[in-house]
Ligand binder design. Structure first.
Ligand code: UDP
Ligand code: LCN
Length: 820
């Protein structure tokens, strides 16, 4: 049973596997006997391959078994649920495509099974009663949405906008109902009640076509650059309102594009026409958790790239909106609101301020709304992102009221960030009927192995029962999903993507998700962020260097005495520095890098290590993971006697100084190392590359796609510390022998960034998505309604109960406000 693109594969695993095993029957019998000998268990790919190797002792025979179709099936098997005598395999022959088969270990009989049957085997390993409960809660989004077309090719994943454009074009050309619906959409366009584009005089496609020809003919008398004001009254008489353009040339071009589109639909014309529609003036971006501010917040727990990304995104978005509004010939001010939580006990930050203008913008603000407990009490303190679920429904209501107040109208587009922001965005967008986009930054599910089947063990700490449910709700409710890389959606050859891991999974005792999301849905898009190039620019641009920071950076790196900003010292200043900077989370693996360095004598002899991460005093942190990591750092410094070669710098909040810090590390001919166990995207990677610092980054997640190994930087394997630290040591040895090598990698990194990772490219794509999915949503109202009803049931019957289980801190004094 193939799941994924919805296409039944002709060469299914269930069909192929019996023949593939025939020549190796003896070995396979031994192999499957070995699998079941351990009793009920769940095996992962690496373990499966190790046991295959151990059961075929002879190397040559093993190679023969593994080289053909059977080898392909085994190496594509990412998981096996062993319930003797059966072994249920989850095979992933291609990104996004899964097949499930059951093999009888006794006679090697193979049978294709459904996702549900596979999950039941898996559940049997952990909770047999649940597996046998016929009425266990099952979530199946495919069952209520079988009409939305899916893409078929793994290579198309992430290119949803393109697919939707083609679908829409073909529908309009084939079906008069769709053409009518498209026209209705144009008729409904307005700004604060004032019609845009066309009015009711043009209420049929044929009237519109005739009027377009007349208007074009009329306008040919005007010079190209004649301002729209010169002829807008005349074209209004024909049925055309504002919004077509600012000059005669642009108005004519837009009209001609629509004429051509109505005559013979073509996706390129459709794309162009929709990108010109005046649809998006008011945008709301939700990012509730953490400390969301413009200064003094970076590096605090839960406060990292998401904040940087959103602020840079807003600046780029506003710029692009201003440009488009001008080109549309309108005198409208855009309005962007980033809505986050207000934290009364904001320490030294501005997170207790309700409204804050966003620096370097004219019309964008941060709006802060407090979290209230179910009893209506304002929550004064910061809480971890894992604990925010009880406050979100009330937050969504309060925020909606404040937003309407501020904007004086409904927003045109709502964008959520991370699980909490996406849930709030879903609640508001579905209630008000607004186009919605979601951004995950990082979905937690893939960060922790077996976080679904073992949810009960970790739920008290992470509340994944709430988070995964919120994620499913948001990714199904949203009109489009913005991702930073392909990996984020559909992973790599050997690792499922973050979204893909929500396709089929189970949380025994809670729910079985037989179809959570389909990565072949055309809602998925890749729009990679950039790094602010006014902050992160190459170390070689001497005239731009922020030399005022140099004395402070000199102290930060080399001052001998410890203080509360730095700890440890660098005895030999001539050595290059390997540098890392991240929040002190387990997954960032800063302690891992410290240990690799500690263990590798060769690397220690070649370079110094400097890390920026967290705090030194565990008593200063309220974050569970950070406390554990702080303690680990101290013990590693002792264990490997790192003083003299290692500097630990506390979290840094000034990004301008950080930019200069990367460049000062580049001056030492050093490198940046991003050793995360998993990194969704990795802004530090592009920041470092933008500064011309050769970068070694994890091969687990986004950086694997950002860097071309050996050309624009290097990949390292966080699960193989020895190999990674040796790869770094090899680089520095090679740089000694070939002085130009360092420059080659530095330049390669810069080139890669300029080609692929800039905010300008991002903002255009985002606005095009907002418009295109807005039209698509209108044309698919009925399907959207069915989905929304299903999601609403899931929210009110399931999510609400889960959120009630998350404890509310009882730190006093709290401020009393009206109860809900
Ligand atoms: N950062 C910082 N100070 C710190 C740690 C991180 O300014 O002490 C910044 C870093 O420059 C980057 C962001 O926080 O802009 C981290 O983003 P990334 O995508 O690397 O990781 P995240 O924290 O979002 O998981
Ligand atoms: C969150 C993460 O974990 C990073 O990988 C991203 O770079 C960051 O958000 C910005 O999207």
């Amino acid at each position: 049973m193939a799941s994924g693109s919805g296409i039944k594969r002709a060469d299914s695993v269930a069909d192929n596997m019996p023949d593939a095993m025939k020549p190796s029957r003896y070995h396979m019998k031994r192999c499957f006997a070995r699998f079941v000998a351990g009793g009920k268990r769940l095996m992962k790919r690496q373990q499966i391959m190790e046991e295959v190797e151990q059961s075929i002792e002879d190397k040559v025979e093993r190679a023969q078994v593994l080289e053909g179709q059977l080898g392909f099936i085994l190496s594509s098997t990412l998981e096996a649920a062993v319930v003797p005598p059966s072994v249920a395999l989850a095979v992933r022959p291609n990104p996004g495509i899964w097949e499930y088969v059951k093999v009888n270990a006794g006679d090697l009989e193979v049978e294709g099974i459904t996702a549900k049957e596979y999950l039941k085997y898996k559940e049997t390993v952990f909770d047999e009663n649940w597996a046998n409960d016929d009425n266990a809660l099952e979530i199946d989004f495919e069952a209520i949405d079988f009409t939305t077309p899916r893409m078929a090719l793994p290579s198309s994943i992430g290119n949803g906008l393109n697919f939707v454009t083609k679908l829409m074009t073909s529908r309009i050309s084939k079906d008069s109902q769709s053409a009518k619906s498209f026209l209705e959409f144009l008729l409904a366009l307005n700004h604060h009640g004032e019609n845009l584009m066309i009015n009711q005089n043009l209420n049929t496609v044929s009237k519109l076509q005739v009027a377009l020809i007349a208007a074009e003919a009329f306008m040919s008398a005007f010079p190209k650059d004649a301002p729209v004001q010169k002829f807008e009254q005349r074209i209004k008489e024909l049925g055309f309102e504002k919004g077509w353009g600012d000059t005669a040339e642009r108005v004519k071009e837009t009209m001609h594009t629509l004429s051509e589109l109505l005559q013979a639909p073509d996706p390129e014309k459709m794309d162009l026409f929709i990108s010109r529609l005046p649809m998006i003036f008011n945008v709301v971006i939700f990012s509730p958790h953490g400390y969301f501010g413009q200064s003094d917040v970076l590096g605090l727990p839960d406060t990292g790239g998401q904040v940087v990304y959103i602020l840079d995104q807003v600046r780029a978005l506003e710029e692009e909106m201003l440009l488009r509004i001008k080109q549309q010939g309108l005198a409208v001010k855009p309005n962007i609101l980033v809505v986050t939580r207000l934290i009364p006990d904001a320490k030294h930050t501005k997170c207790n301020q309700e409204l804050e203008p966003i620096v370097d913008t004219k019309h964008s603000y941060i709006l802060r709304v407090p979290f209230k407990t179910p009893k209506g009490v304002i929550l004064r303190q910061w809480v971890s992102r894992f604990d925010v679920y009880p406050y979100l429904e009330r937050f969504a209501q309060d925020a909606a009221a404040k937003i309407m107040d501020h904007m004086d109208c409904k927003p045109d587009l709502i964008i959520g960030n991370y699980s909490d922001g996406n849930l709030v965005a879903s609640l508001m967008a579905s209630k008000l009927g607004i186009t919605q986009g979601t951004i995950a930054h990082a979905l937690e599910k893939t960060k922790y192995e077996d976080s679904d089947v073992k949810w009960k063990e970790i739920d008290p700490k992470y509340h994944f029962s709430c988070q995964f449910t919120a994620d499913l709700i948001a990714m199904n409710q949203t009109d489009f999903v913005i991702t930073s890389t392909y990996q984020e959606i559909a992973g790599s050859k050997t690792r499922p993507g973050q979204y893909e891991s929500h396709t089929v999974f189970t949380m025994p005792g809670l729910c079985r998700v037989v179809s959570g999301i389909n990565v072949f849905e055309p809602k998925f898009n890749i729009a990679a962020p950039g790094a602010d190039q006014s902050v992160y620019f190459p170390y070689t641009q001497k005239q731009r260097r922020l030399t005022a920071f140099h004395p402070a950076i000199e102290e930060l790196l080399y001052k001998k005495e410890d203080n509360n900003e730095h700890l440890g010292f660098l005895a030999d200043r001539k050595k290059p520095i390997i540098f890392s900077m991240a929040r002190l989370d387990t997954v960032k693996n800063i302690t891992g890098l410290t240990e690799w360095y500690g263990k590798n004598k060769r690397l220690r002899s070649l370079v110094n290590l400097v890390v920026v991460a967290g705090f030194f005093d565990p008593a200063k942190s309220k974050d569970r993971e950070e406390i554990a990591e702080i303690k680990k750092m101290h013990s590693l410094i002792e264990k490997y006697q790192l003083k003299g070669q290692f500097r630990w710098i506390a979290a840094q909040t000034d990004r301008y100084r950080n930019g200069e810090l990367y460049r000062c590390v580049a001056d030492t001919k050093g490198a940046f190392v991003q050793p995360a166990l998993y990194e969704a995207f990795g802004l530090t990677v592009i920041e470092a590359m933008d500064c011309g610092l050769p970068t070694f980054a994890t091969n687990q997640g986004g950086p694997a796609e950002i860097i071309v190994d050996g050309v624009s930087g290097f990949h390292i394997d966080p699960n193989n510390g020895d190999e990674s630290s040796n790869k770094i040591a090899d680089f520095f040895e090679k740089c000694k022998k070939e002085p130009d090598y360092w420059n080659r990698i530095s330049t390669g990194g810069l080139q890669r960034i300029n080609e692929c990772y800039t905010w300008k490219i991002y903002a255009k794509k985002l606005l095009n998505m907002g418009s295109m999915y807005g039209v698509w949503r209108h044309m698919n109202k009925e399907q959207k309604l069915a989905r929304t009803r299903y999601i609403h049931m899931m929210y009110s019957l399931h999510f609400r109960n889960l959120a009630k289980n998350v404890p509310i801190p009882i730190e006093e004094p709290q401020e009393q406000v009206a109860a809900v």
